[in-house]
Design a protein around this ligand. Sequence first.
Ligand SMILES: Cc1cc2nc3c(=O)[nH]c(=O)nc-3n(C[C@H](O)[C@H](O)[C@H](O)COP(=O)(O)O)c2cc1C
Length: 374
Amino acid sequence: MTPPLSLQDRLAFRNGNRLKLGLFGANCSSGRAVTMVDERWSAQWPDMLRLARMADEAGLEFLLPIGRWKGYGGDTDYQGSTFETVNWASALLASTRRIGVFGTVHAPLIHPVIAAKEFVTADHVGEGRFGLNVVCGWNEGEFEMFGVKQRDHEARYDYAQEWLDAVKAMWTRTDEFDINGRYLQLKGVRAWPKPYGGSRPMIMNAGASAVGQDFAIRNCDALFRAVKHSGLGEARSQVAEVRERARQAGRELSVYTIGVMTCRPTRAQAREYYEHCTLEQADWSAVDSIMALQQINPADYSEEAFRKVRRDFANGLSGFTLIGDPDDVANDLASLHEAGFAGVALSMVNYGLELPYFCDEVLPRLVRKGLRVS
Ligand SMILES: Cc1cc2nc3c(=O)[nH]c(=O)nc-3n(C[C@H](O)[C@H](O)[C@H](O)COP(=O)(O)O)c2cc1C
């Protein structure tokens, strides 16, 4: 018997920090920075392990990987080298003590019986610190690699619903059962052990569409949504609205966001480094290939607007930019919290080199603001 662990404790990452913090995308080469600079993130295992232990020691709440099967090409083959996320999570959970680690799983590509057991395995390794990010996928080349035909957008979430219901059934049902769904026909299913401590892993997704958000409201504990500085006012009401809709459906949903950070001792140094990496040294051919995959066509934009979109893609594809000195970054994080976000998943050009400065300078400022306990 494992000691009991409540779902509430899991969702709070077993601490009282009001603003939760994590790292996003470190399982992929170059992380979320589409740049050619030499110090871009390698995502090699020794660096990864050192980073996870550093984040764990600093009290960060989570590591969120990207489920990516095929690199984007360009001069650097952006995100061309990636660790499979559930194996990655298991290994990191075995090597850390407190931090939560997510697996990011494409429902249409991984059989639910295998998936449910992988999640339970990682959850026991981490004594209840595993979390699940369910994604439906969008990258045609990845589906072709698997020989799987991508469903239309709505049907993707229909399938994901059946897939997640099956996973949850395997996490909870103690009998032998059949599943006779529209997509899944499974006979005589048995699954032991159950997740750690009598509760289940935290479940998140990052649907941006109406169906994606409805999926989160029905099934998830956390919804991740990207926001920009210019959209913060709007985000405040959208966060409140989606949480209220969840409440009306009898569910509690936390909303998180993603931040792309460059923090340096002075604002000028931060700005200079940001411009060096994401403008002068951007891997523009990779940026163009990502945009083509997402059917973003120059013909649909004015020249100026297209340049801006292209720049956003170079800057980690999307996300709130946190650029400045430690006060600027702490203030930006506070404004995200104030807009209703429960937490932020951060990325940086080189996580291993940049995280120590963030922990030394920004975390104490967040403690002083009452957003985190020391
Ligand atoms: C924080 C975050 C993480 C995401 N992770 C992945 C991922 O790892 N793999 C993937 O294929 N899509 C990923 N996505 C894309 C979403 O799952 C989703 O498909 C996208 O936001 C579009 O929303 P929609 O499916 O409702 O149209 C992510 C999006 C965000 C904002």
